[in-house]
Design a protein around this ligand. Structure first.
Ligand code: GDP
Length: 232
């Protein structure tokens, strides 16, 4: 008698290898690793227009240097200085993705002599209004004070061009929650009044270099404007 062949089908008891959990993409930090390229004290010292540029502008003391440093996770990227001669130049930094960050001198520096100041405002203004590679603007505004006339001038020139603007309402840590909400809503409402058609291109973000409030959001907004960079 021929024994029927027994086929033993062993069921594997080993659990299937679990798929690795999809890793959340790292939050972008486009300014991390930025390298100083050059400083320009006059238009002729600017590099020829090339890659896209993102300008940081604001009134003196608005918190621009602190914000740039917070975004770059550095202590000395923006050459924060109390000496007018050192802050009165346009400083350019290359991002890892190739774009440039342009740190504009704070406007309304009371300590600068009138004629020098006039020249400076002209240089700043020319850069903001005529630079063909200027792709986007980060405008620093002290959350406690809101938009001031020179900020409105800059926005008035920039927003109708359709290029995006990120307004960082700085030093938010100096306000309580109710005041923060009011500050943000006040800036937004004013921008909507000024630019019924262009307001969609202007984002307003509460920001604090001290507490790092708004750093992630600002990084995400800036990252959307610049070419992809390798992770820092
Ligand atoms: P800039 O002239 O626009 O570059 O302004 P700075 O970054 O030099 O800041 C001006 C002053 O505001 C300095 O005394 C900073 O320490 C202070 N400051 C800047 N950012 C903040 C912030 O987020 N919170 C607080 N409490 N102070 C800040």
């Amino acid at each position: 008698m021929i024994k029927p062949k027994r086929t033993i089908v062993a069921e594997s008891r080993r659990p299937a290898k679990a798929d690795p959990l999809p890793r959340a993409p790292a939050a972008p930090q486009p300014l991390v690793g930025a390298q100083f390229v050059t400083g320009a004290a006059q238009a002729s010292q600017l590099p020829p227009p090339g890659v896209p540029e993102i300008a940081f502008a604001g009134r003196s003391n608005a918190g621009k240097s602190s914000a740039i440093n917070a975004l770059a996770a550095r202590t000395r990227l923006a050459f924060a200085s109390r000496t007018p001669g050192r802050t009165q130049q346009i400083n350019l930094f290359a991002l890892r993705g190739g774009a440039l960050v342009v740190d504009l001198p704070g406007y309304g520096y009371a300590a600068v002599a009138k004629d020098v100041k006039r020249g400076w405002q002209d240089f700043l203004w020319d850069y903001l209004t005529t630079r063909p590679t200027l792709a986007a603007l980060v405008l620093l505004v002290d959350a406690r004070h809101g938009l001031k006339p020179p900020d409105r001038d800059v926005l008035g020139e920039f927003v109708p061009s359709g290029r995006p603007v990120l307004v960082l309402a700085t030093k938010a840590d100096k306000l309580n929650t109710t005041e923060q909400r009011a500050a943000e809503a006040g800036i937004k409402a004013e921008i909507e009044r000024m630019f019924p058609l262009g307001a969609a291109n202007v984002a307003v973000q509460l920001f604090s270099a001290t507490t790092r409030r708004g750093v992630t959001e600002a990084n995400a907004a800036i990252a959307a404007w610049v070419p992809d960079a390798p992770a820092p």
